[in-house]
Design a protein around this ligand. Structure first.
Ligand code: CTP
Ligand code: MG
Length: 418
């Protein structure tokens, strides 16, 4: 291989013309919304955010070309284009070529009956300056930029055909039409192939001109006798195919939320917090557990605000990872509430403040006097502690009354709204 091209001109064909039979939605798959935006928008914005990408050709179901073209070049919510490649000092960046719709890098064309037909339509719409072509399934709408980068780098380094692939965990078998096993490839040598698949323009043009058929574009290049190189794929480049996949994508796109579940002892915070954490797949941060560890392990008689400080730190780490947090704490003072809001804001997370109350004093007292500690060594507050406890008004919180409600009913009130 000779030296890599330092400034490749990359065009991405995003194929989105399938019907999405297995997803079973009322519309074609690429138009289905996930995380508030269409699958196609995620895919196009992902491609536009990649360095060296000059043009994106969307191959859409024929009936939707006009509607989607109206979105171009806006692609509302698309991130700012990635920085242009660096040029030697004093040499201005070349202007981005304007193709298709005025001012935009995105162009929409109608697809065909088979995926291969759609790819061919996309290739025909690429501008003349493009020398590296990426072909990408819109359905792989959460593909990270790093996958594109690896594919582009390998093509720019001289590999004519490059595909991202993942090692497989299951053993693979090749079977005949009756289902009899013909061969068992050695698992360590098998890769599950994803997109974007990258090609030199000459390689993909001649592969498609050959009129051969294959289920992916690299397959065409292979049949043409061209070597195909595999680079690392990414689990996030999974293809949205079934309703389960859509749910997975939805979960991945969800902004993390800090759920603050506050209120006096005996109002049902821990029960609700556990249920909510399981439902939201969130991390439970329970201040009682932290404080108990401080008093036993560190022999602190009064942990003061240390338990809260630890809870804040743990919650902040989780939120920054993109994980939602359910914070189970009394949260009696404005200072603690302000601190929690700051943590959510700094992590770019949402916040949901819930105050549990028990409006029936008899029931509340019965709960306080009837319960057993579930944290070893934890001394439960008695009724007097509860009634004398300072709890400053908390107007920002949504109040949920747990009196006369089962834990499941309380959870439903929280989930289904007031
Ligand atoms: N595709 C296309 N034109 C076709 C068929 C498929 O552009 N005639 C695109 C799809 O829109 C998708 C990608 O190729 O982005 C991968 O195909 P697949 O996931 O199989 O999508 P569908 O064919 O739409 O789904 P299904 O097979 O469940 O009907
Ligand atoms: Mg299909």
């Amino acid at each position: 291989m000779t030296g890599a091209d330092p400034d490749p001109r990359v065009g991405v064909v995003v194929v989105a013309a399938g019907s999405g039979t297995r997803l079973g939605a009322a519309q074609p798959k690429a138009l289905v919304r996930v995380g508030g935006r269409r699958i196609l928008e995620h895919a196009v914005c992902g491609a536009l955010a990649v360095r060296f990408v000059r043009q994106v050709v969307v191959v859409a179901p024929a009936a939707y070309v006009a509607e989607l073209s109206a979105d171009v070049p806006g692609w509302e919510g698309s991130p700012a284009p990635s920085p242009r490649p660096l040029h030697p000092a004093g040499v201005p960046d070349p202007p981005a070529p304007v193709l298709g719709e005025p001012g935009g890098r995105v162009r929409v064309v109608p697809g065909g009956a088979e995926r291969t037909d759609s790819v061919r339509a996309g290739l025909a719409a690429l501008g003349p300056d493009i020398d590296i072509v990426l072909i990408h399934d819109a359905a792989r709408c959460l593909t990270p930029t790093s996958v594109y980068d690896r594919v582009i780098a390998a093509v720019a380094a001289g590999h004519e055909a490059v595909v991202p692939g993942l090692a497989v965990v299951d053993t693979m078998k090749v079977v005949d039409a009756e289902g009899t096993v013909i061969a068992t490839p050695e698992r360590s040598r098998v890769r599950a192939i994803q997109t974007p698949q990258g090609f030199s323009r000459a390689a993909i043009t001649s592969a498609h001109a050959s009129g051969l058929a294959a289920t992916d574009d690299a397959g065409l290049a292979e049949e043409n006798g061209r070597p195909v190189r595999v680079v690392d794929g990414d689990p996030l480049a999974f293809k949205v195919t079934t309703p389960d996949d859509l749910e997975r994508a939805e979960r991945l796109l969800r902004t993390p939320t800090l759920w603050v579940i506050g209120g006096l002892p005996g109002t049902g915070k821990t029960t609700l917090s556990r249920r909510l954490a399981a439902f939201e797949d969130a991390t439970l941060v329970r201040v009682d557990s932290i404080e108990q560890a401080l008093t036993t392990d560190l022999d602190l008689e009064h942990p003061g605000t240390t338990g809260y400080a630890i809870a804040y730190a743990v919650a902040a780490d989780q939120l920054r990872l993109g994980r939602s947090v359910v914070a189970d704490l009394v949260n009696p003072l404005p200072q603690t509430r302000v601190a929690l809001r700051q943590i959510a804001e700094q992590a770019g997370a949402g916040i949901c403040e819930i105050r549990l109350v028990c409006s029936d004093a008899t029931e509340h007292r019965r709960r306080i006097e009837g319960r057993l500690a579930d944290i070893p060594g934890y001394v439960l507050p008695d009724w007097r502690d509860v009634t004398e406890r300072l709890f400053v008004a908390w107007p920002e919180a949504r109040v949920i009354d747990t009196a006369g409600r089962t834990p499941e009913q309380v959870f439903r009130v929280l989930r289904d709204g007031p």
